[in-house]
Design a protein around this ligand. Structure first.
Ligand SMILES: [Zn+2]
Length: 231
């Protein structure tokens, strides 16, 4: 429980540093809705990292935009962004889909929004390829909060499509014993296929954690953010 003080900023749900300079932050319920437009949304974003953010019009595809100036490409229909430019902050908004943040020692950063359709479309592989075009050698990634197999009830036909695309079994069972998709495992396999490494992930499931927004568990249109920037 937080005390009565209003001095301290709400706790982020996850934070990482990749290759010493790339910082990653994930928000949750306590930080507010990051899909909120206008001034309120801007204030929320700036509290996490005080620079213009690039956020996308996410469409569950595999398009990657390259950001050359802070804030560029905001609102573009795409599910991933990469950059080697100073001063940028790349973000994806998510409820149950997987937010992946990536970095290289050369200072190339990326972010990808991957649900099952994105995995099937190859968004993670496309993001790593775009980072390599900007000079990335080693690519390491972290996975922010997403839905976990405990809650991700999934149809057999769709599951077979994702498994066939990634060449790996991804079936699991929910807490109540139904067939489910292991989305974190799918992200791990896609990263490996692209020659990248998953360093760490948020262990919390968006649908059952209690402090994250979830479409599956409460049909929320609100979103948490996963943002990456170079310090
Ligand atoms: Zn769960």
């Amino acid at each position: 429980m937080h005390g009565a003080s209003t001095q301290c900023a709400p706790r982020l749900t996850a934070e990482w540093t990749i290759f010493d300079t790339a910082k990653v932050a994930c928000t949750g319920w306590a930080n507010g809705d990051f899909a909120e437009p206008g001034r309120i949304g801007e204030v929320r974003r700036r509290k996490v990292v005080d620079r213009p953010w690039t956020t996308l019009e996410q469409v569950h595809g595999a398009r990657v935009v390259t950001v050359e100036h802070p804030g560029e490409c905001s609102g573009e229909p795409a599910d991933a962004a990469v950059s080697a430019a100073p001063g940028v902050a790349l973000a994806v908004l998510s409820a149950d889909c997987a937010p992946v943040a990536l970095a290289s020692p050369e200072g190339v950063i990326g972010v990808a929004h991957a649900g099952w359709r994105g995995l099937r479309a190859g968004v993670i592989e496309a993001t790593v390829q775009s980072m390599r075009r900007l000079g990335a050698t080693r690519v390491e990634a972290v996975l922010g909060p997403c839905i976990h197999p405990c809650c991700y009830t999934f149809g057999g036909g769709d599951l077979a499509q994702v498994e066939s695309r990634l060449g790996s079994p991804l079936a699991a069972t929910t807490r109540s014993g139904e067939l489910s998709l292991n989305l974190p495992a799918g992200v791990t396999v896609a990263l490996r296929a692209a020659g990248a490494t998953l360093l760490d992930m948020s262990r919390e499931c968006t649908a059952c954690s209690g402090d994250l927004w979830s479409w599956r568990s409460h049909q929320s249109k609100r979103r948490q953010a996963t943002v990456i920037w170079c310090a």
